[in-house]
Design a protein around this ligand. Structure first.
Ligand code: IVH
Length: 724
């Protein structure tokens, strides 16, 4: 990211000012994604790099510091749906330390500030920086009174009801606790609980979560505390807010270490890796130890926090504008390692996309062995990003034999970040991206985006059904969970049947699945039950599973066809709009004429845009597709989909209000669907409201509906009600 940046000292004033404007907007956008939507687009390390660049430019051009400068902000303005709580003491952020040198600077700055103290006389604590959400929990007269998120540092969100569902957080404090104590710390989700939750989501066919931090944040920001209670959230206590007795400031300990000890006595979970040291060298050693332990911890951490241990010294050191002088966060670099590219292979997907994959000399990156990394597409290999921008200098293209930096951030697929030119072997040549599909030999092309006129970043095989790779991927899609979902016919079995050229066994296209049993019965030679991995019982089960799917939901059938851009949601829309398979196919063939009613009808379906419409029509123009479909339909009895008639519609005549954010549809789409089912969609809740559909972040409308006794449901329940 920083490689092709102009060094700050070479920036002109004009360049500096425009870059600061860009950084202010970009950082605000990432703040909103991270804090507001819990859906970050960039890694913490990249975010920090943007922030550092901003700080460096501001330091060089102090006159250009903007009113909306990211350096003036702490965290993010709270969401409006929770009642605000003004923190009795602001919840500040920490300065970041990125290197050994920064750490030594921090320690010496503390000494310099305090003056006249002998070397190694100041103790510092070092503890993991937990990657969760900071929380301030206020106890009055020993009872948990309120809990607030950090928010913008001054005002947070009142999430008391949700915090009460966390078992690890005591509801009462022992009698030695002062009248008022604010215990601060981090709410997080354990990695193991996160994995279990995702496994469950996957089993239920639901969307999985991105990472523990966002899941914890999303779980905590539920207006319905019952939802929070179902998620296993945890807590580490590490700091104090207000402490007072009879309105007078009080103390519970003299040191940071003592405070945490007290928290432990009071029943709070505290981090076992916190230790006390007196030199930068020792702090650094502990940082390295925590770094080594990191992959084995059951919670995500992103660095180590150092704090001056004595509270009287903390008080003397005080604060800069937004962070204490007595503490700093030493961040871990994103997990990176060097290795060599042994080969670049091309994978061909169902839609023909050619994806280059780097085969790497196996290397451990943050505790995980990495052997492959995606190279995305031809541009990425060259060092060009998705919008045509340079992401690496010109000669840093990725070649076989190159030594590269591999990064693994969180759960994302390993990336090749950069190439070490000094290690490039003399014989390494530029990688020539194939112009032909490596599997079928058809031409591979980059399409031009009609709107922008730019070349698409994806290179695609034009072979269609001729391409074995596309054909086999297509079959895997056909039998997948949300399509035909045939038990006993997974990717391994598909590979086996596809590879076979035996007429009694081979499956090359979807209809062959349904003729397999008949072909087996007709053959005396090749019996499936005699083949390794099958056996009599499993063969019978397989045939039963296949037969059970001859009657298939229309939307599953449409989805299974693998038409480009037609995902599950679109398939459902199409099924509901056309009712029967015959009607659908007939209409799609007729829609090839742009002057036809069929074309107009297809385009008028809410949720179906022109790109999708064209893709479906192209699909039905291809004789090869029609042949396969004909053979397939002969084997099936597709069910009729319920037409969107208002008669018999469970919501006909009802008044529905949508609130909060919807995850499966846009607001407009949800509204259109409801209306097509005969419901009236209103903007506000009143006595006339029949149903309130509340997504995450729902606020006053939900409260009002509850008050009025209006039936409320979440998006899934709504979808179930209207028939998915
Ligand atoms: S101390 C005045 N200790 O890091 C400083 N913070 O960038 C009080 N954090 O908002 C914070 N682990 O959410 C402290 N062991 C730890 C921490 C920690 C995580 C977070 C916290 C804070 C942010 C500061």
């Amino acid at each position: 990211m920083s490689k092709d940046q102009i060094p700050v000292e070479n920036l002109t004033e004009l360049e500096a000012s425009s870059e600061l404007a860009f950084l202010a907007a970009e950082l605000a956008r990432h703040d909103a994604l991270y804090h507001g939507k819990d859906a970050p687009e960039i890694s913490d390390a990249d975010y920090d790099a943007l922030k550092r660049r901003n700080d460096a430019i501001e330091a060089a051009f102090p006159a250009l510091v903007r009113a909306d400068s990211p350096s003036k902000k702490v965290g993010f303005t709270p969401l409006p749906t929770f009642a605000p709580i003004v923190h009795a003491r602001p919840m500040l952020s920490l300065d970041n330390t990125f290197s050994e040198e920064d750490l030594r600077d921090f320690v010496s700055s503390v000494y310099r500030f305090l003056g006249h103290l002998p070397d190694d006389s100041i103790a510092f604590t070092a503890e993991p920086k937990i990657d969760g959400l900071s929380m301030s929990i206020r106890y009055e007269k020993g009872k948990l009174k309120t809990a607030a998120t950090r928010g913008d540092g001054t005002t947070g969100e009142n999430v008391t009801a949700n915090i009460r569902t966390i078992k690890e957080i005591p509801n009462e404090l022992p009698s030695d606790a002062p009248d008022v104590v604010e215990v601060r710390g981090e709410v997080y989700m354990a990695k193991s609980d996160f994995m279990a939750l995702n496994a469950q989501m996957e089993a239920e066919g639901k969307q999985t979560y991105v990472n523990p931090r966002n899941t914890a944040s999303g779980s905590l920001r539920q207006l319905d505390a019952n939802v929070t209670a179902k998620r296993k959230l945890r807590f580490f206590a590490y700091a104090l807010g207000e402490v007072s007795n009879g309105g007078q400031p009080a103390r519970i300990a003299d040191t940071q270490y003592g405070i945490v000890e007290k928290f432990r006595e009071w029943g709070f979970p505290v981090n076992p890796l916190m230790k006390r040291f007196t030199s930068a060298q020792q702090l650094l050693e502990h940082y390295n130890e925590i770094g080594v332990a990191r992959p084995d911890l059951d919670y995500d951490i992103d660095g180590v926090v150092y704090k001056v241990d004595r509270l009287d010294l903390q008080e003397r050191l005080g604060f800069r504008s937004r962070s204490p002088r007595w503490a700093t966060a030493h961040k871990f670099p994103a997990e990176q390692a060097f290795t060599t590219v042994e080969n670049i292979e091309i994978q061909v997907g169902r839609t023909g996309a050619l994806t280059p994959v780097a085969r790497l000399t196996p290397i451990t990156v943050g505790g995980v062995v990495v052997t492959n990394a995606t190279l995305h597409n031809a541009d990425y290999i060259e060092g060009i990003g998705n919008s045509g921008e340079r992401i690496r200098p010109e000669d840093h293209d990725i070649r076989i034999g190159d030594t590269v930096i591999v990064q693994r951030a969180g759960d994302v697929i390993p990336q090749v970040l950069d190439v070490l030119l000094e290690k490039r072997p003399a014989e390494a040549v530029k990688y020539a991206f194939p112009e032909k599909c490596p599997v079928c030999g058809s031409h591979a092309v980059r399409e031009r985006n009609e709107k922008t006129g730019k070349l698409d970043s994806v290179t695609r095989c034009t072979g269609g059904f001729v391409c074995r790779a596309q054909a086999v991927e297509h079959l895997k899609h056909f039998v997948s969970r949300n399509a035909f979902d045939i038990e006993g016919l997974g990717t391994k079995q598909i590979d086996f049947f596809f590879e076979s050229d035996d007429p009694a066994l081979s499956i090359k296209t979807a209809p062959d699945i349904f003729t397999l049993k008949a072909r087996q019965e007709a053959s005396h030679l090749t019996k499936l039950e005699n083949i390794d991995g099958f056996g009599k019982v499993s063969v019978k089960k397989l045939f039963d599973a296949i037969d059970a799917r001859r009657e298939i939901d229309l939307h599953r059938l449409i989805f299974a066809l693998g038409i480009r851009h037609v995902g599950e949601t679109t398939a459902k829309l199409l099924a509901r709009s056309y009712g029967t398979y015959e009607h659908f196919e007939e209409a799609m063939k007729a829609a090839a004429d742009p002057a036809s009613d069929a074309w107009a009808e297809l385009n008028s379906i809410d949720g179906i845009g022109e790109v999708v419409a064209r893709a479906i029509i192209e699909f039905y123009k291809e004789p090869r597709n029609l042949d396969v479909i004909d053979r397939l339909i002969r084997e099936l009895q597709p069910k009729e989909a319920e037409k969107p008639s208002t008669e018999g519609s469970p919501v006909a005549g009802k008044t529905v209000v949508f609130t909060g954010s919807l995850e499966k549809f846009t607001r407009d789409e949800a509204k259109a669907r409801a209306e097509s089912l005969g419901a009236k969609v209103a903007g506000s809740v009143s006595k006339k409201t029949d149903i309130l559909v509340a997504g995450p972040g729902a606020g006053s409308k939900l409260a009002k509906a509850t008050e009025l006794g209006v039936q409320t449901m979440d998006e899934d329940e709504w979808l179930a009600l209207i028939g998915g």
